[in-house]
Design a protein around this ligand. Structure first.
Ligand code: RIB
Length: 285
């Protein structure tokens, strides 16, 4: 069994602030750090740490940030199928408030050059049991990969953008948060175009829906330090559990634990839990 994640990699430039500044406002940070991040990189890391045999297809720059992301992937057990671009590695400017909430601006850089899938990339995607993607790379690449895939296609529609019918027709499972679901026309509409839908509800858990069933998976209360990458951890752990042939409801329960664990630590990649941490977690910890 195997998972391929096609997506973005960024180095996150993270400022801790008491609260997210309003437009036109300047605030002083209470701390600064850089972390490996990017939705695709985070999801690949989460899938591998949760136990899946994972390949990441992406594009990094020929720079220190690119080397850092490659090393981070390898250290987490991900096979990097990563192009070296003439553009700089993607970066994300992130402010994290004391409440754990964040605001993010992404500079795509090399991620925007992930076009025209190579034979090696196409072969990896075609051979995967599960392909997981997000929307920080060119949409045409997401569409091409979804069409090439012979296994299940999971799309995390983040950040939100309009999705063409030809993409949705190739998606087996769509994962969105409440804002993304509303942006895309609402859950009922989405279930007319995809066979299964997971709506993440932050601390409240998740809804698992098909055209005939709805299951509420409750959230897990933890002390929140930083929510950056929590959705990515959810998606990566979800595909790892699906790759173990768990039923969707059960896989969402597993992903909910992984996601809850991730918000207890700072940063995106540094906060993603290992399989041991997920299996050992008890809600009262
Ligand atoms: O989802 C969190 C991620 O979004 C961050 O790691 C940042 O790089 C942006 O891609």
């Amino acid at each position: 069994m195997s998972v391929v994640i096609v997506g973005s990699g960024n180095v996150d430039l993270v400022s801790q602030v008491e609260r997210i500044p309003s437009p036109g406002e300047t605030v002083l940070s209470t701390g600064f750090a850089t972390h490996a991040g990017g939705k695709g990189n985070n999801q690949a890391t989460a899938a591998a740490r949760a136990g899946a045999t994972t390949t990441f297809v992406g594009a990094f720059g020929d720079d220190d940030n690119g080397a850092r992301l490659r090393a981070s992937l390898t250290d987490s057990g991900v096979r990097p199928l990563v192009r070296t671009s003439t553009e700089p590695t993607g970066t994300a400017m992130i402010t994290v408030a004391t409440s754990g909430e964040n605001a993010i601006v992404v500079n795509a850089g090399a991620n925007a050059t992930l076009t025209d899938l190579t034979p090696a990339e196409r072969s990896a995607i075609a051979g995967a049991d599960l392909v997981l993607m997000q929307l920080e790379i060119p949409l045409d690449t997401v569409i091409a990969a979804a069409k090439i895939a012979s296994g299940r296609v999971v799309l995390n529609a983040a950040p939100a953008r309009s999705l063409p019918e030809e993409l949705l027709a190739a998606v087996d499972l769509l994962v969105v948060n409440e804002h993304e679901a509303a942006f895309l026309g609402g859950s009922d509409h989405l279930l007319t175009v995809v066979p299964a839908l997971v709506v993440t509800l932050g601390a409240k858990g998740a809804l698992v829906r098909t055209s005939s069933t709805t299951t509420e998976v409750p959230g897990i209360t933890v002390d929140v330090v930083d929510t950056t990458g929590a959705g990515d951890t959810f998606c990566g752990a979800l595909v790892a559990a699906l790759d173990e042939r768990r039923q969707l409801d059960d896989a969402v329960r597993f992903a909910t634990v992984a996601s809850a664990l991730s918000v207890r630590r700072a940063g995106a990649v540094p906060a993603i839990p290992t399989r041991e941490e997920i299996d050992d977690f008890h809600p009262d910890d």
